[in-house]
Design a binder for this molecule. Structure first.
Ligand code: SF4
Length: 125
């Protein structure tokens, strides 16, 4: 098992990856799928934050907000104050891992009854 923040190292050395947020698994699955078709908005944000040398940008992407303190984790989905896809259910109920294509994600976007636009979009890459 390898624990790192470096997705490049993960891509080169691992077959499966678990992306953690606030002490819980946000997404888990085959490395190729998680990196190329992230199903959790936090994973998508991490991937978007990786600099691309082929793209000329003034500013690097970063996920808004900050990681919560472990003694003050938000109700519902722990990522909800920072999530660009948040909707009402996210602020009330904590999602468990659920099937999200080739991976599993702890995200209500992949539950039955998710907002139509979210469900139609599928992977978040
Ligand atoms: S459950 Fe809601 S707040 Fe949490 S990652 Fe999914 S869309 Fe965002």
């Amino acid at each position: 098992m390898l624990i790192t923040h470096d997705m490049g190292v993960i891509a080169e050395t691992c077959d499966r990856v678990a992306v953690m947020y606030a002490g819980r698994i946000a997404e888990i699955g085959p490395v190729h799928q998680v990196i190329n078709q992230p199903a959790h908005p936090y994973t998508a944000g991490l991937m978007a934050a990786i600099p691309d040398m082929a793209v000329d940008r003034e500013q690097l992407y970063q996920i808004d907000g900050a990681m919560p303190r472990l003694n003050a984790i938000p109700r519902g989905c722990a990522f909800n104050p920072r999530c660009p896809r948040v909707f009402e259910r996210c602020r009330i109920e904590r999602p468990e891992l659920m099937d999200a294509g080739a991976t599993q994600a702890a995200c209500w976007l992949h539950a039955a009854g998710a907002p139509a636009a979210a469900a139609a979009q599928g992977a978040l890459a």
